[in-house]
Design a protein around this ligand. Structure first.
Ligand code: ADP
Ligand code: MG
Length: 492
């Protein structure tokens, strides 16, 4: 029985010819477990390498070979379950999922069916407009990855690379709690962040370490769940959004034309942006699951779970809550910072002993813009937390204005160096000497007697004078001093 946990939100409705529609989405995410060796063999899991370099007799399914469970992979799955605030099942069972495919030499995949290692959990999302959304986790189970058939390498022949065969995967199945493409993208992003914090999956979608099967249906807002289609193996967050948008429109058009949705498996083509039917429910495999007789049920005790729990890092939700509390940040700012653990650590190093709001503006503003431009993470964009901190100190103690600080950051990015040294070498120190500022102001007033006469009636013109003075000072005049002296001289 599927329970609907969400109140329909009109902002998510899609308008059709006959009225509004609501999307219902559930995701099955395949995440490769970070481990040196495979789930049931000692072969390496490293990416790349020559075809069939990392294949043992077990991975190649030679007769008589027996699988041996990799304890580290089990720990990683439990760790992930704990990170998803999920129920850990101390007894789980490995089943054979039977199907024939050239890249699956066993003729079956070892997976978990009825008794997965992890049960129900939850992932918390912060949507920019709608706030908190809780997405239920149905289960997490462990399974083996398959190899890869290659059809365009040897003319006239297909060849197979079994390097991935037997690599450990976690399949993380969400409840159908997601109601828009944006929520689906936020869910995968958040899940990936949690996995990276835990160190249980590197989340690298280009290398296939994380991919999603996207289940999509539409219904009248708040109505009965509709028939779903499953879009297989989508390998980027952007494509997940595009596939959902396309699929929603396709299903709505069919229903509004009086048709019915076939429950089917579809594929998303990123080039054309459409989904295509792969197989219908009638053609669906009967996998004839049964417990793998080569493997005992997987059993561990509470002490095993407790030890893993004790080693968990501070997770994104907790870090976000602490940052809101400790630095007085908005939920949104804190949420951005915790996306990457390195960015959060970088921010904390900059904020230490400084105004946190100013620190977040520099980290997520100018520095993030630069990082984005060079395609690097904020913490690795060429500016250290120490350098950025010193720059902020120079603003705080009045040595430079915020505007000059942006120039100094540009110089640091281009040439490197410590901000104080740059300010000294380039003569960027702020002019606070009131005598010098007065002299510039007198000059500007003398050059513009007509404007000086008008300014009393049009006080807004004072801003023009500030601009002139700042320009003449090369941006170095202390803005507060300029304002004060100008007001006095212009008689405002
Ligand atoms: P199966 O085992 O046949 O794939 P599941 O019940 O395990 O079916 O569901 C798989 C995924 O489909 C889950 O992520 C679930 O949330 C999602 N799902 C189930 N019903 C719907 C629906 N009506 N619309 C969209 N997604 C759904
Ligand atoms: Mg499925």
């Amino acid at each position: 029985m599927i329970v609907d946990t969400r109140t329909p939100n009109p902002k998510n409705f899609i308008s059709g010819a006959t009225g509004d529609w609501e999307l219902v989405i559930g995701l099955e995410v395949h995440a490769q477990i970070t481990s040196k060796s495979k789930l049931f063999s000692a072969s390496s899991t490293s990416f790349g390498g020559e075809p069939n370099d990392h294949v043992s007799l077990v991975d190649a399914a030679m007769p008589g070979m027996l699988p041996v469970i990799n304890k580290y992979c089990v720990e990683q799955a439990v760790r992930t379950g704990l990170g998803l605030k999920a129920k850990i099942n101390k007894r789980s069972v490995f089943d054979r999922k039977n199907y024939f495919y050239p890249d699956l030499p066993q003729g079956y995949q070892i997976s978990q069916f009825k008794d997965p290692i992890v049960g129900e959990g939850t992932v918390h999302l912060d949507m920019p407009e709608d706030g908190a959304v809780e997405v239920g986790i149905e289960r997490l189970h462990m399974e083996q990855d398959a190899g890869k058939s290659i059809h365009d390498l040897v003319p006239g022949k297909s060849v197979v690379d079994l390097n991935r065969s037997g690599v450990a995967l976690m399949e993380i199945v969400s409840k159908p709690d997601i109601r828009s493409a944006d929520e689906a993208k936020a869910y995968v992003t958040k899940l990936r962040t949690i996995l990276r914090y835990l160190g249980t999956c590197d989340g690298n979608m280009e290398e296939g370490s994380l991919r999603a099967d996207v289940n999509v249906s539409v219904r009248e807002p708040g109505g009965e769940f509709g028939t779903r289609c499953e879009i297989k193996n989508v390998n980027s967050i952007r494509f997940i959004g595009q596939a959902i948008d396309y699929e929603a429109r396709r299903q709505i058009d069919i229903l509004e034309d009086g048709g019915e949705i076939d429950q089917e498996t579809r594929l998303f083509d990123p080039k054309s942006g459409v989904t295509r039917s792969m197989r219908s429910k009638e053609e669906a495999h009967d996998y004839r699951y049964f417990p793998d007789p080569d493997l005992l049920p997987l059993e561990f005790d509470q002490a095993f779970v407790d030890e893993i729990a004790a080693s968990l890092p501070e997770l994104p939700d907790e870090k976000q809550a602490r940052m809101i509390e400790q630095y007085g940040l908005s939920a949104y700012d804190a949420g951005l910072l915790v996306d990457e653990p390195e960015t959060a650590a970088f921010f904390e190093a900059v904020a230490e002993g400084r105004d946190a709001k100013v620190a977040v503006n520099w980290v997520m503003g100018d520095l993030a813009a630069h990082a984005n431009q060079v395609g690097k993470p904020v913490a690795d964009a060429g500016i250290s937390a120490g350098q950025l901190g010193s720059l902020i100190d120079l603003i705080a103690d009045g040595t430079i204005s915020g505007k000059i600080a942006k120039d100094v950051l540009d110089i640091m990015i281009a040439e490197g160096g410590e901000p104080a040294q740059i300010v000294q070498d380039k003569g960027l120190k702020q002019v606070t000497d009131t005598g010098a500022i007065e002299a510039i102001i007198d000059e500007v007033i003398a050059e513009n007697p007509d404007k000086a006469a008008q300014v009393k009636e049009k006080p807004k013109m004072a801003g023009w004078f500030v601009g002139q003075v700042m320009q003449k000072s090369g941006g170095k005049a202390n803005p507060q001093a300029v304002n004060a002296i100008l007001a006095q001289k212009l008689g405002l």
